[in-house]
Ligand binder design. Structure first.
Ligand SMILES: *Cc1c(COP(=O)(O)O)cnc(C)c1O
Length: 335
């Protein structure tokens, strides 16, 4: 559910997934608090190390922190309750090298944790650095390092797999998986062993239509010049909404079921597209930025590629100004 459920809206997504998820995961204490305040009672794992100053809300909101260092564990133990120990998951660094206890020191660390009676090690996990790559050799290295830590595992919940590993590395599944991107119907890698359908469509509206003369420029810097008289439309979306400014030259949108190019620079609040003379378009018409319109589709992979980034970044940048509306999920198989 981190980063507002990859831009989809964490509270609503958590409500939808509540019946099927045993546990939720977020990146920060604040994200966990938001779900608690919305009435989500499932266990909530915080994926990244917290600092000692955050132990208060962790205990108060009954969040499950990842433990990646001794100082934090000690601070948490000091304020945790004796009657109901705080559950923790120990994060093992097996090669991602951004958080966790080094795998070579993990067994020693786990036994040292037994001296902290108000903490209960519920889970143990690691994170894979290259599961979305075709070459899975470093995945094997990480799994091997991780398995050396599991030698005397006494019933702890073991989890490793992100979306890519959930889809493509069965031996990484253990007791639980931590899919992020794939929950939203997007493939993390080129392997597509199951059918995913994107949950999100991103739309806006036409706000203004005009015809400009040959030689006139469009938008800041007048970087686009009309080679002949053209019809243009302004759409109500800009980088202030998280629509990448990098699409200024390369972007495309769907209007009336047709692909139409963005011309000139994407502004903070609006952008301009070129219409064809015969397009039947009116102010207020729908524009699809990501998703389907009629028979046409623009995938998030295309948008990310044109913007020089990855779907994760496109989704998590969709701004608060963009209104989220939710439709019930239909599980009927269309394929
Ligand atoms: C973000 C994250 C995931 C989910 O990653 P996806 O590629 O979106 O599936 C899983 N585990 C950890 C530790 C993460 O930070």
């Amino acid at each position: 559910m981190k980063a507002d459920a990859y831009g989809h809206g964490a509270v609503r997504v958590a409500e939808v997934l509540r019946p099927v998820a045993d546990m939720f995961a977020v990146a920060t204490v604040e994200e966990g608090m938001e779900l608690r305040e919305a009435g989500i009672r499932k266990p909530i794992l915080i994926l990244f190390s917290c600092v000692p100053a955050q132990v208060g809300p962790i205990v108060e909101f009954n969040l499950t922190p990842s433990i990646g260092d001794w100082e934090f564990a000690k601070a948490l133990n000091e304020i945790a309750s004796e009657a109901t120990p705080t559950k923790i998951h120990v994060n093992i660094n097996t090669g991602m090298n951004r958080s966790g206890i080094c795998w070579t020191e993990a067994l020693q660390f786990l036994s040292k944790l037994k001296n902290l009676p108000r903490l209960e090690v519920e889970g143990i996990f690691t994170h894979l650095a290259t599961a979305d790559e075709v070459d899975k050799s470093f995945v094997s290295v990480q799994l091997k390092r991780f398995s050396s830590v599991l030698s005397d595992n006494d019933g702890k919940m073991v989890h490793v797999a992100n979306s890519a590993a959930t889809l493509a590395v069965p031996e990484s599944h253990f007791d639980a998986v931590r899919p992020g991107l794939s929950l939203y119907g997007i493939y993390p890698a080129t392997e597509k062993p199951i059918l995913l359908k994107p949950a999100l469509t991103w739309k806006t509206r036409i706000g203004w239509i005009s015809t400009i003369s040959e030689g006139e420029g469009v938008s800041y810097g007048l970087t686009y010049k009309a080679p002949y008289p053209i019809r243009v439309a302004m759409m109500q979306i800009g980088y202030g909404d998280g629509y990448p400014r990098a699409l200024s030259v390369t972007g495309e949108v769907l209007i009336g079921g047709m692909h139409r190019p963005i011309i000139g620079r994407v502004c903070m609040d609006v952008s301009v597209v070129q219409l064809e003379p015969a397009d039947k378009v009116a102010i207020g018409d729908e524009v699809v930025l990501i998703g389907k319109q009629g028979d046409a589709e623009i995938t998030i992979d295309e948008v990310a590629q044109r913007a020089g980034t990855i779907p994760y970044e496109i989704l998590t940048q969709i701004g608060t100004r963009v209104k989220r509306t939710f439709r019930p999920v239909s599980y009927n198989n269309e394929h």
